[in-house]
Write a protein that binds this ligand. Structure first.
Ligand code: PLP
Length: 384
Protein backbone atom coordinates (compact mmCIF):
# COMPACT_ATOMS: atom_id res chain seq x y z
CA UNK A 1 0.00 0.00 0.00
CA UNK A 2 2.15 2.82 -1.28
CA UNK A 3 -0.37 5.63 -1.20
CA UNK A 4 -0.38 8.17 1.64
CA UNK A 5 -3.12 7.61 4.23
CA UNK A 6 -6.18 9.76 3.61
CA UNK A 7 -7.51 11.17 6.87
CA UNK A 8 -10.92 12.18 8.14
CA UNK A 9 -9.80 15.62 9.33
CA UNK A 10 -6.32 16.58 10.51
CA UNK A 11 -4.64 19.82 11.62
CA UNK A 12 -3.96 22.18 8.71
CA UNK A 13 -1.73 25.13 9.52
CA UNK A 14 -2.04 28.32 7.51
CA UNK A 15 1.54 29.54 7.96
CA UNK A 16 1.36 32.45 10.39
CA UNK A 17 0.80 30.27 13.51
CA UNK A 18 4.56 29.85 14.00
CA UNK A 19 5.06 33.62 14.06
CA UNK A 20 2.55 34.11 16.88
CA UNK A 21 3.95 31.18 18.84
CA UNK A 22 7.42 32.68 18.35
CA UNK A 23 6.12 35.99 19.71
CA UNK A 24 5.02 34.20 22.85
CA UNK A 25 8.56 32.87 23.20
CA UNK A 26 10.20 36.22 22.43
CA UNK A 27 8.19 38.00 25.12
CA UNK A 28 8.43 35.02 27.50
CA UNK A 29 4.63 35.02 27.68
CA UNK A 30 4.73 31.23 27.60
CA UNK A 31 2.24 31.15 30.43
CA UNK A 32 -0.13 31.91 31.90
CA UNK A 33 -1.76 34.45 29.60
CA UNK A 34 -0.61 37.14 27.22
CA UNK A 35 -1.40 38.93 24.02
CA UNK A 36 -2.21 35.86 21.90
CA UNK A 37 -5.05 34.87 24.25
CA UNK A 38 -6.59 38.35 24.18
CA UNK A 39 -6.31 38.65 20.40
CA UNK A 40 -7.65 35.13 19.82
CA UNK A 41 -10.69 35.97 21.99
CA UNK A 42 -11.20 39.24 20.08
CA UNK A 43 -11.04 37.37 16.77
CA UNK A 44 -13.74 34.92 17.90
CA UNK A 45 -15.92 37.76 19.16
CA UNK A 46 -15.55 39.62 15.90
CA UNK A 47 -16.11 36.52 13.77
CA UNK A 48 -19.18 35.27 15.62
CA UNK A 49 -20.64 38.60 16.71
CA UNK A 50 -20.70 37.39 20.30
CA UNK A 51 -20.18 40.12 22.92
CA UNK A 52 -17.88 38.16 25.23
CA UNK A 53 -15.52 35.19 24.97
CA UNK A 54 -13.14 33.28 27.22
CA UNK A 55 -10.45 30.99 25.76
CA UNK A 56 -10.18 27.59 27.43
CA UNK A 57 -8.06 24.45 27.39
CA UNK A 58 -10.94 22.45 25.87
CA UNK A 59 -14.48 22.60 24.60
CA UNK A 60 -15.51 20.03 27.20
CA UNK A 61 -14.30 22.42 29.90
CA UNK A 62 -16.52 25.10 28.35
CA UNK A 63 -19.62 22.93 28.67
CA UNK A 64 -18.65 22.13 32.25
CA UNK A 65 -18.30 25.84 33.09
CA UNK A 66 -21.64 26.62 31.42
CA UNK A 67 -23.45 23.99 33.50
CA UNK A 68 -21.74 25.22 36.66
CA UNK A 69 -22.79 28.83 35.92
CA UNK A 70 -26.34 27.64 35.25
CA UNK A 71 -26.22 26.04 38.71
CA UNK A 72 -26.78 22.46 37.62
CA UNK A 73 -26.59 20.49 40.87
CA UNK A 74 -26.93 16.89 42.01
CA UNK A 75 -30.03 15.28 40.50
CA UNK A 76 -30.96 18.22 38.22
CA UNK A 77 -32.30 17.31 34.80
CA UNK A 78 -30.25 18.38 31.78
CA UNK A 79 -31.58 17.67 28.30
CA UNK A 80 -29.04 16.92 25.55
CA UNK A 81 -28.95 15.81 21.91
CA UNK A 82 -28.41 12.04 21.75
CA UNK A 83 -26.55 11.94 18.44
CA UNK A 84 -23.23 13.45 19.46
CA UNK A 85 -19.76 12.88 20.84
CA UNK A 86 -19.65 11.92 24.52
CA UNK A 87 -18.03 15.26 25.44
CA UNK A 88 -21.42 16.98 25.02
CA UNK A 89 -22.87 15.08 27.99
CA UNK A 90 -19.91 14.13 30.19
CA UNK A 91 -20.09 17.51 31.99
CA UNK A 92 -23.68 16.66 33.07
CA UNK A 93 -22.16 13.76 35.00
CA UNK A 94 -19.35 15.98 36.39
CA UNK A 95 -22.12 18.08 37.97
CA UNK A 96 -24.03 15.06 39.27
CA UNK A 97 -26.92 15.96 36.98
CA UNK A 98 -29.34 13.54 35.32
CA UNK A 99 -28.99 13.43 31.54
CA UNK A 100 -32.10 13.17 29.37
CA UNK A 101 -31.52 12.50 25.68
CA UNK A 102 -33.43 13.95 22.75
CA UNK A 103 -33.64 12.37 19.30
CA UNK A 104 -32.57 13.98 16.02
CA UNK A 105 -34.78 15.01 13.13
CA UNK A 106 -33.89 13.52 9.72
CA UNK A 107 -33.71 16.92 7.98
CA UNK A 108 -30.82 18.46 9.92
CA UNK A 109 -29.62 15.38 11.85
CA UNK A 110 -29.73 17.71 14.88
CA UNK A 111 -32.11 17.90 17.85
CA UNK A 112 -35.74 17.38 16.85
CA UNK A 113 -37.73 20.39 18.15
CA UNK A 114 -40.85 18.23 18.50
CA UNK A 115 -39.10 15.61 20.61
CA UNK A 116 -37.62 18.41 22.73
CA UNK A 117 -41.05 19.89 23.36
CA UNK A 118 -42.42 16.43 24.18
CA UNK A 119 -39.75 16.05 26.87
CA UNK A 120 -40.31 19.52 28.32
CA UNK A 121 -44.05 18.95 28.43
CA UNK A 122 -43.57 15.59 30.14
CA UNK A 123 -41.37 17.05 32.87
CA UNK A 124 -43.65 20.04 33.35
CA UNK A 125 -46.54 17.65 34.02
CA UNK A 126 -44.36 15.95 36.62
CA UNK A 127 -43.63 19.32 38.20
CA UNK A 128 -39.95 19.12 37.22
CA UNK A 129 -37.98 21.97 35.70
CA UNK A 130 -34.86 20.98 33.68
CA UNK A 131 -31.87 23.23 34.36
CA UNK A 132 -30.49 23.38 30.82
CA UNK A 133 -30.76 22.08 27.26
CA UNK A 134 -27.49 21.22 25.51
CA UNK A 135 -28.12 21.57 21.77
CA UNK A 136 -25.42 20.09 19.53
CA UNK A 137 -24.71 21.35 16.00
CA UNK A 138 -23.39 18.31 14.18
CA UNK A 139 -20.72 18.07 11.49
CA UNK A 140 -20.83 21.79 10.66
CA UNK A 141 -24.55 22.48 10.64
CA UNK A 142 -26.66 24.45 13.10
CA UNK A 143 -29.69 22.85 14.68
CA UNK A 144 -33.06 24.52 14.02
CA UNK A 145 -32.22 27.21 16.55
CA UNK A 146 -35.23 29.47 15.89
CA UNK A 147 -37.74 26.75 16.84
CA UNK A 148 -35.59 25.34 19.63
CA UNK A 149 -35.00 28.81 21.15
CA UNK A 150 -38.71 29.58 21.04
CA UNK A 151 -39.60 26.29 22.78
CA UNK A 152 -36.93 26.77 25.46
CA UNK A 153 -38.10 30.35 26.05
CA UNK A 154 -41.66 29.13 26.60
CA UNK A 155 -40.49 26.55 29.14
CA UNK A 156 -37.94 28.89 30.73
CA UNK A 157 -34.94 26.62 30.17
CA UNK A 158 -31.56 28.12 29.14
CA UNK A 159 -29.67 26.74 26.14
CA UNK A 160 -26.03 25.70 26.04
CA UNK A 161 -25.07 25.52 22.39
CA UNK A 162 -22.43 22.89 21.71
CA UNK A 163 -20.95 24.45 18.59
CA UNK A 164 -17.71 22.45 18.86
CA UNK A 165 -18.25 21.17 15.30
CA UNK A 166 -19.97 24.20 13.79
CA UNK A 167 -17.64 27.20 14.01
CA UNK A 168 -18.47 29.30 10.93
CA UNK A 169 -21.89 27.78 10.28
CA UNK A 170 -24.72 30.28 9.86
CA UNK A 171 -28.40 29.89 10.64
CA UNK A 172 -30.89 32.51 9.46
CA UNK A 173 -28.19 35.17 9.33
CA UNK A 174 -26.67 34.42 12.73
CA UNK A 175 -23.44 32.62 13.50
CA UNK A 176 -23.65 29.20 15.07
CA UNK A 177 -22.81 29.29 18.76
CA UNK A 178 -24.52 32.65 19.40
CA UNK A 179 -28.09 31.46 19.97
CA UNK A 180 -27.77 29.99 23.45
CA UNK A 181 -27.14 31.57 26.83
CA UNK A 182 -23.69 30.10 26.23
CA UNK A 183 -21.97 28.83 23.09
CA UNK A 184 -19.01 26.49 23.12
CA UNK A 185 -16.34 25.98 20.45
CA UNK A 186 -13.58 23.38 20.31
CA UNK A 187 -10.10 23.66 18.80
CA UNK A 188 -9.22 20.01 19.22
CA UNK A 189 -6.93 18.58 16.54
CA UNK A 190 -9.71 17.24 14.32
CA UNK A 191 -11.88 20.37 14.31
CA UNK A 192 -12.07 22.89 11.44
CA UNK A 193 -9.34 24.96 13.11
CA UNK A 194 -7.14 23.81 15.95
CA UNK A 195 -4.91 25.12 18.73
CA UNK A 196 -3.57 21.55 19.21
CA UNK A 197 -6.16 21.43 21.97
CA UNK A 198 -8.43 24.17 23.23
CA UNK A 199 -11.88 25.65 23.41
CA UNK A 200 -13.85 28.84 23.87
CA UNK A 201 -16.98 29.79 25.77
CA UNK A 202 -18.96 32.72 24.36
CA UNK A 203 -22.03 34.64 25.48
CA UNK A 204 -23.73 37.96 24.94
CA UNK A 205 -23.79 38.31 28.72
CA UNK A 206 -20.45 39.89 29.61
CA UNK A 207 -21.00 39.37 33.33
CA UNK A 208 -21.44 35.63 32.85
CA UNK A 209 -18.21 35.41 30.83
CA UNK A 210 -16.42 37.32 33.61
CA UNK A 211 -17.66 34.64 35.98
CA UNK A 212 -16.58 31.90 33.56
CA UNK A 213 -13.11 33.43 33.43
CA UNK A 214 -12.92 33.50 37.23
CA UNK A 215 -14.04 29.88 37.53
CA UNK A 216 -11.57 28.86 34.81
CA UNK A 217 -8.73 30.30 36.94
CA UNK A 218 -9.45 28.58 40.28
CA UNK A 219 -12.05 31.17 41.36
CA UNK A 220 -9.40 33.50 42.70
CA UNK A 221 -10.80 36.49 44.57
CA UNK A 222 -9.09 39.86 44.04
CA UNK A 223 -6.66 39.64 46.95
CA UNK A 224 -2.88 39.19 47.07
CA UNK A 225 -3.12 36.29 49.52
CA UNK A 226 -5.08 33.84 47.31
CA UNK A 227 -8.59 34.11 48.66
CA UNK A 228 -11.16 31.53 47.47
CA UNK A 229 -14.87 31.52 48.18
CA UNK A 230 -16.19 29.10 45.57
CA UNK A 231 -14.99 26.07 43.65
CA UNK A 232 -12.83 26.73 40.60
CA UNK A 233 -11.04 24.93 37.80
CA UNK A 234 -7.79 25.20 35.88
CA UNK A 235 -9.30 25.58 32.42
CA UNK A 236 -7.55 28.52 30.72
CA UNK A 237 -5.87 28.24 27.32
CA UNK A 238 -2.11 28.84 27.25
CA UNK A 239 -0.69 31.79 25.37
CA UNK A 240 1.39 29.43 23.22
CA UNK A 241 -1.69 27.51 22.05
CA UNK A 242 -3.60 30.76 21.54
CA UNK A 243 -0.83 31.78 19.12
CA UNK A 244 -1.76 28.79 16.97
CA UNK A 245 -5.42 29.79 17.20
CA UNK A 246 -4.59 33.35 16.19
CA UNK A 247 -2.97 32.12 12.99
CA UNK A 248 -5.74 29.61 12.35
CA UNK A 249 -8.40 32.33 12.49
CA UNK A 250 -6.74 33.91 9.46
CA UNK A 251 -7.52 30.80 7.38
CA UNK A 252 -10.90 29.83 8.83
CA UNK A 253 -12.90 31.20 5.88
CA UNK A 254 -10.59 29.38 3.46
CA UNK A 255 -11.00 26.13 5.37
CA UNK A 256 -14.80 26.43 5.25
CA UNK A 257 -14.64 26.95 1.49
CA UNK A 258 -12.33 23.96 1.11
CA UNK A 259 -14.62 21.77 3.24
CA UNK A 260 -17.62 22.79 1.16
CA UNK A 261 -15.70 22.07 -2.06
CA UNK A 262 -14.82 18.59 -0.81
CA UNK A 263 -18.50 17.96 -0.09
CA UNK A 264 -19.52 19.24 -3.55
CA UNK A 265 -17.05 16.84 -5.16
CA UNK A 266 -18.51 13.89 -3.26
CA UNK A 267 -22.00 14.89 -4.31
CA UNK A 268 -20.96 15.23 -7.96
CA UNK A 269 -19.25 11.83 -7.82
CA UNK A 270 -21.78 9.76 -5.89
CA UNK A 271 -25.19 11.40 -5.87
CA UNK A 272 -26.40 9.51 -8.96
CA UNK A 273 -26.33 6.26 -6.99
CA UNK A 274 -29.76 5.22 -5.86
CA UNK A 275 -29.40 4.55 -2.12
CA UNK A 276 -26.88 7.26 -1.23
CA UNK A 277 -28.22 10.31 0.57
CA UNK A 278 -26.04 13.18 1.76
CA UNK A 279 -26.65 15.07 5.00
CA UNK A 280 -29.10 17.82 4.02
CA UNK A 281 -28.40 21.53 4.38
CA UNK A 282 -31.69 22.80 5.80
CA UNK A 283 -33.38 25.97 4.62
CA UNK A 284 -31.75 29.12 5.97
CA UNK A 285 -28.66 27.19 6.96
CA UNK A 286 -25.04 27.57 5.83
CA UNK A 287 -23.30 24.25 6.50
CA UNK A 288 -19.49 24.31 6.85
CA UNK A 289 -19.30 20.60 5.94
CA UNK A 290 -16.67 20.11 8.63
CA UNK A 291 -17.22 16.45 7.81
CA UNK A 292 -18.89 15.22 4.63
CA UNK A 293 -21.47 12.68 5.73
CA UNK A 294 -23.93 10.45 3.90
CA UNK A 295 -26.42 7.65 4.46
CA UNK A 296 -26.18 4.25 2.80
CA UNK A 297 -29.36 2.29 2.13
CA UNK A 298 -28.25 -1.36 2.20
CA UNK A 299 -31.46 -2.55 0.52
CA UNK A 300 -30.84 -0.38 -2.53
CA UNK A 301 -27.04 -0.59 -2.67
CA UNK A 302 -26.43 -4.17 -1.56
CA UNK A 303 -23.84 -3.12 1.03
CA UNK A 304 -23.93 -1.64 4.50
CA UNK A 305 -22.22 1.49 5.80
CA UNK A 306 -19.98 -0.75 7.89
CA UNK A 307 -18.84 -2.73 4.83
CA UNK A 308 -18.03 0.43 2.90
CA UNK A 309 -16.07 1.88 5.83
CA UNK A 310 -14.10 -1.37 6.08
CA UNK A 311 -13.36 -1.38 2.37
CA UNK A 312 -12.03 2.17 2.47
CA UNK A 313 -9.98 1.23 5.53
CA UNK A 314 -8.35 -1.61 3.56
CA UNK A 315 -7.27 1.04 1.06
CA UNK A 316 -5.68 3.23 3.72
CA UNK A 317 -8.58 5.64 3.80
CA UNK A 318 -10.08 6.78 7.10
CA UNK A 319 -13.88 6.82 7.09
CA UNK A 320 -16.00 6.53 10.24
CA UNK A 321 -19.54 5.75 11.31
CA UNK A 322 -21.71 8.63 12.45
CA UNK A 323 -21.60 9.19 16.27
CA UNK A 324 -23.09 6.37 18.30
CA UNK A 325 -26.09 7.96 20.06
CA UNK A 326 -25.53 8.55 23.76
CA UNK A 327 -28.78 6.81 24.73
CA UNK A 328 -27.21 3.60 23.33
CA UNK A 329 -23.94 4.02 25.23
CA UNK A 330 -23.41 1.81 28.30
CA UNK A 331 -22.23 4.92 30.19
CA UNK A 332 -25.74 6.35 30.01
CA UNK A 333 -27.70 3.14 30.42
CA UNK A 334 -31.11 3.82 31.89
CA UNK A 335 -31.19 7.51 30.92
CA UNK A 336 -34.52 8.82 29.60
CA UNK A 337 -34.77 9.26 25.82
CA UNK A 338 -37.41 11.22 23.94
CA UNK A 339 -38.20 10.50 20.31
CA UNK A 340 -41.15 10.90 17.96
CA UNK A 341 -42.32 8.06 15.71
CA UNK A 342 -38.94 6.48 14.93
CA UNK A 343 -35.53 6.36 16.56
CA UNK A 344 -33.79 8.61 14.02
CA UNK A 345 -30.44 8.91 15.80
CA UNK A 346 -30.15 5.11 15.86
CA UNK A 347 -30.93 4.99 12.13
CA UNK A 348 -28.35 7.70 11.37
CA UNK A 349 -25.75 5.80 13.39
CA UNK A 350 -26.46 2.49 11.66
CA UNK A 351 -26.47 3.86 8.13
CA UNK A 352 -24.26 6.95 8.26
CA UNK A 353 -20.71 7.40 7.05
CA UNK A 354 -18.28 10.24 7.67
CA UNK A 355 -16.13 10.47 4.55
CA UNK A 356 -12.56 11.78 4.62
CA UNK A 357 -12.87 15.56 4.77
CA UNK A 358 -9.28 16.57 5.28
CA UNK A 359 -8.56 19.95 3.70
CA UNK A 360 -5.05 18.74 2.80
CA UNK A 361 -6.52 16.14 0.40
CA UNK A 362 -5.70 16.63 -3.27
CA UNK A 363 -8.41 16.46 -5.96
CA UNK A 364 -6.89 13.12 -7.05
CA UNK A 365 -7.29 11.76 -3.54
CA UNK A 366 -10.93 12.81 -3.37
CA UNK A 367 -11.47 11.13 -6.76
CA UNK A 368 -9.83 7.99 -5.41
CA UNK A 369 -12.26 7.88 -2.47
CA UNK A 370 -15.19 8.32 -4.87
CA UNK A 371 -13.86 5.63 -7.24
CA UNK A 372 -13.40 3.13 -4.42
CA UNK A 373 -16.92 3.79 -3.10
CA UNK A 374 -18.38 3.25 -6.57
CA UNK A 375 -16.29 0.15 -7.16
CA UNK A 376 -17.32 -1.47 -3.86
CA UNK A 377 -21.00 -0.70 -4.41
CA UNK A 378 -21.16 -1.74 -8.07
CA UNK A 379 -19.37 -5.03 -7.47
CA UNK A 380 -21.07 -5.94 -4.20
CA UNK A 381 -22.14 -9.35 -5.53
CA UNK A 382 -18.47 -10.35 -5.75
CA UNK A 383 -18.09 -9.83 -2.02
CA UNK A 384 -21.18 -11.76 -1.02
C1 PLP B 1 -14.99 17.90 19.88
C2 PLP B 1 -16.30 17.99 20.52
C3 PLP B 1 -16.44 18.40 21.85
C4 PLP B 1 -15.29 18.52 22.80
O1 PLP B 1 -14.35 19.44 22.54
P1 PLP B 1 -12.88 19.26 23.18
O2 PLP B 1 -12.21 20.54 22.82
O3 PLP B 1 -12.26 18.07 22.51
O4 PLP B 1 -13.02 19.06 24.64
C5 PLP B 1 -17.72 18.58 22.35
N1 PLP B 1 -18.79 18.34 21.60
C6 PLP B 1 -18.71 17.93 20.34
C7 PLP B 1 -19.96 17.69 19.57
C8 PLP B 1 -17.46 17.71 19.75
O5 PLP B 1 -17.37 17.25 18.50
Amino acid sequence: MSQRRILLSSPHMGGTERKYVQEAFNTNWIAPLGENVNIFEDQIKEFTGSKAACALASGTGGIHLALDLLKVEQGDLVLCSSLTFVASANPILYRGGTPVFIDSEMDSWNMCPKALEKALKYYRMQGKQPKAVIVVNLYGQSARMDEISEICRRYGVPIVEDAAESLGAIYKGRMSGTFGKFGIFSFNGNKIITTSGGGMIVSNDEVLIEEALKKATQSKEPAAHYQHESVGYNYRLSNVCAGIGRGQMEVLETRIQQKRNIFDKYVAGLDDMNGIEFMPEIEGSYHTRWLSTMLIDPKKLGISAKELIEYLGEHNIEARPVWKPLHLQPLFEGAAYFTMAKDNSKYLFEHGICLPSDTKMTDEEIDRVIELCRERILTHELFA
